[in-house]
Design a protein around this ligand. Structure first.
Ligand code: NAD
Length: 487
């Protein structure tokens, strides 16, 4: 007799309770292609219930002192840290990323997000100005807004969701959060610890489901005045449109097509090692990953040879392999999309230097249904090629030569995106000049992904609207009022 396999089934977390749902969708283990768990397919009704719970909790939570809110946030950080390994295993299985990346980046950063905003909320000040000639003084007050809707993507699941939840609740808002339907497990696990940490019911609510159904219900809910979204530019455009009738406050963190510019005076060894990491970490599925590498002509051949050699050493393996540099891509559809860019490049006459279509992928028998792909380096592309203009969001890097500083800047800025850029050079004057001219919200020089959470994070052009960080998130998640007193 055939026995039906029981899958892990997630439930929404509303008003401090786990609630079974009417219908579910499957979520897959990217390293095998098998069903990993079932995720609620929430609609208006569940989103409405979560918003009601968040509204009911708002007067209570917003009246707590920052110290008390900070205390329970730190409690939650401690609990997640105690369970770090369980969270890391779940994140790696759900997303396809290596266990090492989940263990050293995703979960520690999720813990730190709570600790960071639990601390920073204790240190904000408001403004005061004098107008003595009018016998007036002015000051500003900041207040939490209400129910915040938080929508996050699948690439850094708990990391990016907690980067929104933590500042929102630190400021005294309550939240309804919706993680990606493809990677919901760690968000659901975290809900199990909220009451133990000391959160009153309804402060953090989690509704699971797809973007068009669950996400849009949240975006269109009249009692959610503020939406923080991280995801693709196309979805953001839809969110802007759908939220326009309600004039909602929006923060949008979107896609990128990030350039690295390598000048001839760069430390080539360091540059190659870091650029392989910046191009292929997390399978190239980080919005900040390098995808276009401009190299000064005098060192182009040497760079390319070293970069291809180092890329070939970037090991693709099953996510649980502790020696893996890269795991599986998120879904069958996404793998097909990333591969289609390599095919397009070939059709345009480009050269594939290593990876897809050139080298052989070795994956164990049990993982043949997984969504694996080799890191791929392409050369010989024109600037107007789709591979050079569109966000691929996978392990594909394109290398192009340039001659002058002006040419490099023009090429780097020649896309619709403006999220991050990297400069490799030793000439300090040049670094300042180029950094100033690059259209990117973040410019790293001789390093990548070094982040001080105090400072603004976000993109220009089609890469986003608004910034996140200690002061920026505080300003976004509060309303400001100017009070004038004549004495
Ligand atoms: P996506 O836009 O498809 O989905 C993101 C989230 O939005 C998911 O939770 C999804 O369910 C939801 N969603 C989809 N349609 C919706 C709708 N109509 N209304 C409301 N919600 C909806 O993006 P993705 O594929 O999950 O993530 C990859 C994208 O995210 C890439 O473009 C990447 O660059 C970007 N990203 C940006 C940053 C950043 O900080 N700038 C960070 C990570 C990822």
């Amino acid at each position: 007799m055939e026995t039906k396999k029981a899958f892990l089934q997630l439930q929404n977390y509303i008003g401090g309770q786990f609630v079974p749902n009417k219908s579910y969708i499957n979520s897959y283990d990217p390293s095998t292609g098998d069903v990993y768990c079932q995720v609620p397919d929430s609609d208006n009704e569940e989103v409405g219930a979560a918003v009601s719970a968040a509204r009911a909790a708002f007067p209570i939570w917003s009246s707590w002192s920052p110290e008390n809110r900070s205390r329970v946030m730190n409690n939650l950080a401690d609990i997640i840290e105690i369970h770090l390994e369980e969270f890391a295993i779940a994140e790696s299985k759900d997303q396809g990323k290596t266990i090492t990346f989940a263990r050293t980046v995703d979960i520690p950063r999720s813990v730190y997000n709570f600790r960071f905003f639990a601390s920073s909320i204790l240190h904000h000040t408001t403004e005061c100005t004098q107008m003595d000639h009018l016998n007036c003084m002015n000051y500003t007050v900041r207040t939490p807004i209400g129910v915040a809707g938080l929508i996050s993507p699948w690439n850094l699941p708990l990391y990016l969701l907690t980067w929104k939840i933590a500042p929102a609740i630190a400021c005294g808002n309550t939240v309804v959060a919706k993680p990606s339907e493809m990677t919901s497990v760690t968000a659901w696990m975290m809900c199990k610890f909220l009451s133990q940490a000391g959160f009153p019911p309804g402060v953090v609510n989690m509704v699971f489901g797809t973007g068009p159904r669950t996400g849009e219900a949240l975006v269109c809910h009249p009692d959610v005045p503020i939406i923080s979204f991280t995801g693709s530019t196309v979805t953001a455009q839809r969110i802007i449109e759908k939220s326009a009738p309600y004039c909602k406050k929006l923060s949008l963190e979107l896609g990128g097509k990030n350039p690295a510019i390598v000048f001839e005076d760069a430390n080539l060894e360091e540059c190659v090692t870091t650029t392989v990491r910046s191009s292929f970490s997390n399978q190239g599925e980080i919005c900040l990953c390098t995808s276009r590498i401009y190299v000064q002509s005098s060192i182009y051949d040497e760079f390319l040879q070293k970069f291809v050699e180092a890329t070939r050493r970037w090991k693709v393996s099953i996510p649980s392999d502790p020696t893996a540099s890269m795991g599986a891509l998120i879904s069958e559809m996404h793998l097909a999309k990333v591969r289609s860019y390599v095919k397009m490049a070939l059709a345009e006459g480009a050269t594939i230097n290593c990876g897809e279509s050139v080298d052989t992928l070795n994956i164990p028998q049990n993982n043949q249904g997984g969504y694996f792909m080799l890191p791929t380096v392409i050369t010989g592309l024109k600037e107007e090629s789709c591979c050079m203009q569109e966000e691929i969001f996978g392990p594909v890097a394109c290398v192009v030569p340039f001659d002058t500083e002006e040419e490099a800047i023009e090429k780097a800025n020649g896309v619709k995106y403006g999220l991050a850029a990297t400069i490799w050079a030793r000439d300090v004057g040049r670094i300042h000049r180029v950094a100033k001219k690059l259209q990117a919200g973040l410019v790293w020089t001789n390093c990548w992904l070094v982040r001080d959470l105090n400072l603004p994070f976000g993109g220009m052009k089609a890469s986003g609207l608004g910034r996140e960080g200690a002061k920026d998130s505080y300003e976004f998640f509060t309303e400001v009022k100017t009070v004038t007193i004549k004495h």
